[in-house]
Design a protein around this ligand. Structure first.
Ligand code: GUN
Length: 292
């Protein structure tokens, strides 16, 4: 079994990005600048956004964190997005999800300038991605493709089963893995809460991508020998023995499944760090598109 080490691979990618940033500096260009908008005080979101901002420092980007109270109205958030769209110095920005319930998520995502939409969540970018056109690929799917490619996992002609149809991971993943190109050319089955006999399907899979948010959902009896496992889940499960009072669990029952897998991502240290590295990569791309 080979561990698909997202921490190590993301560090390699960040080093590659840092080299490009240094080149920009050497040429007297402004370095890429990422902004993140966080509405409310959700603990997990605060952790994620903090990691994104720290990662910017590591590669030499400028970063701005905009925190807004959880009483923020949709109008106030849309005004902030307008400012960021018009800013001459912000190359890309994200609005951390989920948003408080008084705010319509789709209205917010639709308001982001597609050329600054480094999350790749705007309908224009999603549509362009689906049509193989230049776009921003959402960071988590982009990170998974990179991990598979850099570990030379064969995807061509393989049966990939995606569990979960979220707009952020499952749906784009199912499109990308069936496309031509690196980490593509797979035969894809997209499964979800209405799928019947899920185990029968997962047992036929060469590659399984689980993005459900249900801790330890995928168990050893559901997979075949030699399967490739990508675990996108990251849940906080109460655990009194841990200093923070919780443990981080993926969607895969790691101990059992890893005995059958040929490749598997750990949680933490698998897909999570790759997401952050690819958000930086998208921000670098946004800056480079301005320069070209
Ligand atoms: N919430 C969970 N994942 C993501 C992500 O990739 N981007 C943003 N903006 N919010 C998220």
């Amino acid at each position: 079994m080979v561990l698909l080490d997202g921490k190590k691979t993301s560090n390699v990618i960040k080093d590659e990005i840092a080299v490009e940033v240094q080149k920009m500096k050497d040429q007297g260009e402004r370095v890429p600048h990422l902004a993140a908008v966080l509405v409310g005080v959700d603990g997990a979101s605060l952790t994620y956004v903090g990691s994104k901002v720290r990662a910017c420092e590591r590669v030499g980007f400028e970063s701005t964190l905009i925190q807004m109270p959880d009483t923020t109205s949709e109008e106030e958030l849309l005004q902030k997005i307008k400012e960021l769209n018009e800013s001459k110095v912000i190359d890309g920005f994200i609005v951390q999800l989920p948003l408080p319930k008084q705010i319509d998520e789709q209205n917010v995502l639709n308001a982001v300038n597609p050329s600054k939409d480094v999350d790749g969540f705007h309908p224009e970018n999603f549509g362009r991605m689906a049509l193989d056109m230049e776009s921003f690929i959402p960071a988590t799917p982009f990170g998974i493709l990179q991990l598979l490619e850099r570990y030379q996992v064969e995807t061509k002609g393989k049966h990939t089963v995606v569990i979960g149809r979220s707009h952020i991971v499952g749906r784009p993943m199912s499109i990308l893995m069936s496309q031509k190109g690196p980490a593509g050319n797979s035969t894809v089955t997209l499964t979800h809460s209405h799928t019947k006999n899920l185990s029968e399907i997962t047992k036929q899979a060469d590659i399984i991508i689980v993005a459900l948010g249900v801790p330890e959902f995928l168990t050893a009896d559901m997979v075949k020998e030699g399967v490739v496992i990508v675990d996108v889940g990251i849940s906080r499960v109460p655990d009194a023995s841990k200093p923070r009072g919780y443990a981080i669990k993926g969607d895969v029952e790691f101990e059992g499944v890893s005995e059958k897998a040929s490749f598997i991502t750990p949680v933490p240290g698998g897909v999570g760090p790759m997401t952050i590295a690819m958000l930086l990569k998208n921000t670098l791309i946004a800056r480079e598109r301005q320069l070209s």
